[in-house]
Ligand binder design. Structure first.
Ligand code: APR
Ligand code: PHB
Length: 395
């Protein structure tokens, strides 16, 4: 079988790329190692920047998002017993949209199926071959065990952090940069009415906490915990107790509680691959970079890469020019490092690194106060949180 673009991985990056290529009349085959239900049921991110919403909408996958996405005009920072609000709309002109990554995936999978273009779930032993040639190949075993070979013009490595694509690149051809934080996040999904409609980031002497909603009846929350913790150390009552303590305000705000449906642990790291390309293999999304989740950027960046790559591939077919493909990695990495810095800054400002370091704690509280009281600082945060480009000095 032959295709123009072989896409490895049916996460946000792979499915979005498939949809954008389809809209430009470009053929692709998407090969995913997991089953459809597994892909959709994974609880992941849920904050969409306006640019992500616009792209999904312009790509014909925004109908349900327009109805069910929760537009929120501000975010809160709870610290030192008080709740502070940053007004995203007033400061930067746009709300964020709360819509789970699994909902985005449902919409993208439905759109893909409607195109009749191939989307293979439960592919086993996915391998890339002949990367040195002008016709790289995707090989895998389909569900019934039949071996398949797909000859491609290009391969898009959209297979996440643990995927096979980045690992296929010969040693030395790319460089990776990594920062691993000395803490993890314990995350829950719980059935309860959210006590706040807007997202709350909390900093407390016991560490970071986050309270978000996923729907009018579902809460998503995270608390900072030691990196080597086990889920068994986190019975439900301990989760609620930490969440209550860390988000508490003197005016009595507290989260509503209910049955915990899912509980997970996630390491905190930043990671960047440079360049995001090897010959005809292009990395997009988590296969190329991981952002510490404090900035809520991973999903938005996966979608942003897909857009840059789709445009570059379209230019290749339309004008036989590889200019944009040659710039793909530099174009993406400029944004990646900017966002990496933002996500690392959020992480640094909102987590307790050393419980015995009172100096660090006090300067962090002071930084948060500055963020809330200095209009320039709040505006800069709002623009970066929304993924808007910086205001240049000439404006
Ligand atoms: N062959 C085929 N598919 C694979 C392989 C493989 N060898 N390895 C992994 N995959 C699949 C995974 O099962 C997953 O469905 O690739 C997909 C990658 O999806 P994501 O991990 O969601 O990555 P991406 O599309 O880049 O989206 C990034 O996901 O992890 C979150 O916070 C992150 O929101 C961000 C987003
Ligand atoms: C989430 O809803 O899971 C979430 C929200 C904001 C973040 C990270 C995660 O920064």
């Amino acid at each position: 079988m032959r295709t123009q673009v072989g896409i490895v991985g049916a996460g946000p990056a792979g499915l979005m790329l498939g949809q954008l290529l389809h809209l430009r009349g470009i053929d692709s085959v998407i090969v995913e190692k997991r089953g459809r239900d597994y892909v959709i049921d994974r609880v992941r991110a849920g904050v969409l920047e306006p640019g992500t919403v616009d792209l999904l909408t312009a790509s014909g996958v925004g109908d349900r998002l327009a109805v069910e996405g929760l537009r929120r005009g501000g975010v809160h920072f709870n610290f030192a017993g008080a709740r502070h609000r940053i007004d995203l709309v007033a400061l930067a002109g746009s709300p964020i949209t709360i819509y789970g990554q699994n909902e985005v995936l449902k919409d993208l999978i439905d759109a893909r199926i409607a195109t009749d273009r191939p989307l293979v779930f439960e592919a086993e032993e996915v391998r890339i071959e002949d990367l040195e040639s002008s016709t790289p190949k995707l090989r895998f075993q389909a569900q019934a065990g039949e071996p398949r070979e797909i000859v491609c013009d290009f391969i898009a490595g959209c297979d996440g952090f643990h995927g096979v694509c980045r690992a296929t690149i010969p040693p030395g051809a790319v460089t990776t940069h990594e920062r691993v934080y000395p803490f993890s996040w314990l995350g829950i999904l719980a059935e309860a009415t959210p006590a706040s409609e807007e997202l709350i980031y909390a900093y407390h002497e016991r560490g970071f906490a986050l309270h978000n909603q996923r729907s009018p009846t579902l809460i998503r929350a995270h608390v900072q915990c030691p990196p080597d913790d086990d889920l068994s150390a986190w019975p439900d009552e301990r989760v609620w107790s930490e969440l209550r303590t860390r988000t508490a305000t003197a005016s009595g705000w507290r989260p509503n509680e209910g049955p915990i449906l899912k509980k997970s642990l996630a390491a905190m790291r930043g990671f960047v691959t440079e360049p995001m390309r090897y010959r005809r293999l292009f990395l997009a999304g988590d296969s190329a970079h991981i952002f510490p989740p404090s900035g809520a950027k991973g999903l938005n960046m996966a979608i942003a890469d897909a857009q840059v790559l789709a445009d570059a591939i379209a230019e290749h077919y339309a004008s036989a020019s590889d200019g944009a493909l040659d710039l793909y990695s530099d174009t993406c990495l400029r944004r990646v490092w900017n966002v990496q810095q933002f996500a690392c800054w959020m992480t640094q400002m909102l987590h307790r690194f050393d419980p015995n370091d009172e100096f660090e704690h006090r300067t962090r509280l002071s930084e948060l106060e500055h963020l809330m009281t200095c209009r320039e600082a709040s505006t800069s945060f709002a623009r970066r949180y929304l993924g808007l480009s910086p205001i240049s000095h000439d404006e």
